[in-house]
Design a binder for this molecule. Structure first.
Ligand SMILES: Cc1cc2nc3c(=O)[nH]c(=O)nc-3n(C[C@H](O)[C@H](O)[C@H](O)COP(=O)(O)OP(=O)(O)OC[C@H]3O[C@@H](n4cnc5c(N)ncnc54)[C@H](O)[C@@H]3O)c2cc1C
Length: 389
């Protein structure tokens, strides 16, 4: 089989790229390691920048998002027993939208199926061949039978553990990494959110985040050890710990209820450079990971998709390949800015086990400056709502 663009991975990057390319009349196929059921069930991010919303609109999948997504004009930073609102809208003229990654994935999968586009699920042993030449192809197995897809270009949208990045020769790639000495224990519960806007809380017992997926579904996180055992955390213990990390005014209003999802996520910053190797382009988590503190993972995947889509559209429209040649550099410039923001927010909000009271005082001073200086609040807000593409 021969195709213009072969996409590996049907996470948000692969699905969004596929949808935009299809709308531009460019042929794609997606191959995916997991089952469709697994892809649709994954619970992850939930805060969308305006640029991501615009891109979903451009892909023709923004309908339900505009009906059900919740526009947030501000965000709360809590420390030292009090919370302070950062007014994103008045500081930047922009807002963010709370709409779960699960819903984004559903909308994209539905649109792909409605358009009759092919996704092959449950593939194994994906290998990429001849990336440096004009005759690139992918091989994979499905139900024990080997298949081959020849492609003009290959989009590696297969996440941090995928086959794309690992198929690049070690001497052609550089990686940069920081692993943080803690994780996030998160729950999902069908209870009304504690607050209409997200609360990021710094506390001497550790960080906490009160987020949501809808007006009736809450997503709460607390900082934990990276090797924390979920079995040790009953819902009662979780809510108890969450309350202790919030200012009293918020803790007193927390509604509790049984969780239906509970997981521990490690925190890391990771970037692979470059993001292009001949005919292979890395997109989203395949090339970079950020700690979820700044809500940037999914949004960075979207900006990569934007750059790659525009470059492929120009290529197939007969323009020169300057945009394809610039993909890696343009995407990485935005990636590093978001990596910096996610890192700085992580450093400012978490308890670092090996650091003492001095570090805690510095964190409080940094937060105090952030909420009391218009310039610092604006810089935070600009990054939180998403830097321009
Ligand atoms: C546990 C967790 C919690 C997160 N929470 C947040 C959050 O709160 N906020 C936030 O902004 N971001 C969060 N993120 C990050 C965000 O979810 C990702 O940045 C986003 O999913 C990236 O999309 P992607 O399509 O690039 O990669 P992925 O979503 O990882 O999708 C990659 C796809 O490729 C498939 N695949 C993998 N290997 C192969 C292979 N060899 N062949 C074929 N297919 C393959 C996978 O099954 C998957 O479907 C979280 C991530 C994780 C893992």
């Amino acid at each position: 089989m021969r195709i213009q663009v072969a996409i590996i991975g049907s996470g948000p990057s692969g699905l969004l790229l596929g949808q935009l390319l299809a709308k531009a009349g460019i042929e794609t196929i997606i191959i995916e390691r997991a089952s469709k059921r697994h892809v649709l069930a994954r619970v992850r991010a939930g805060v969308l920048e305006q640029g991501t919303v615009d891109l979903l609109d451009q892909a023709g999948v923004g309908g339900r998002l505009h009906l059900e997504g919740m526009r947030h004009d501000g965000v709360l930073l809590a420390f030292d027993g009090h919370s302070h609102r950062i007014d994103l809208q008045s500081l930047t003229g922009k807002t963010v939208t709370v709409y779960g990654q699960t819903e984004v994935t559903h909308d994209l999968v539905d649109a792909r199926e409605a358009a009759g586009l092919t996704t092959i699920y449950e593939v194994e042993n994906v290998s990429i061949h001849n990336i440096d030449r004009g005759s690139s192809y992918i091989t994979f197995e499905k139900e024990g039978i080997e298949h081959r897809i020849d492609a003009d270009f290959i989009a590696g949208c297969d996440g941090y553990h995928g086959a794309s990045r690992s198929s690049v020769p070690a001497k052609a790639i550089r990686t940069f990494e920081r692993v943080y000495p803690f994780g996030w224990l998160g729950i999902l519960a069908d209870i009304p959110p504690l607050n209409s806007e997200l609360i990021y809380a710094r506390h001497e017992r550790g960080f906490a985040l009160c987020s949501m997926r809808s007006a009736t579904r809450s997503r709460y996180y607390i900082q934990c050890r990276s090797d924390e055992r979920i079995e040790d955390w009953s819902d009662a213990r979780f809510y108890d710990e969450l309350r202790r990390r919030l200012p009293q005014e918020h803790a007193d209003r927390l509604t509790i209820g049984p969780s239906f999802e509970k997981s521990v996520a490690p925190l890391r910053s990771f970037v692979a450079e470059p993001m292009r190797f001949g005919r292979l382009f890395l997109v989203g988590d395949a090339a970079h990971i950020v700690p979820p503190t700044g809500a940037k993972g999914l949004n960075l995947a979207a900006s990569d998709v934007h750059y790659l889509f525009e470059a492929l559209r120009l290529h197939y429209a007969g323009a020169d390949d300057a945009a394809l040649d610039a993909y890696s550099e343009r995407a990485l410039q935005r990636v590093w800015r978001a990596v910096r923001f996610s890192w700085s927010m992580t450093m400012m909000m978490h308890r670092f086990p090996d650091e003492g009271e001095f570090a805690a005082k510095i964190q409080n001073a940094e937060l105090d400056y952030l909420v009391s200086s218009k310039a610092a609040s604006t810089a935070f807000a600009e990054n939180y709502v998403g830097l321009p593409y």
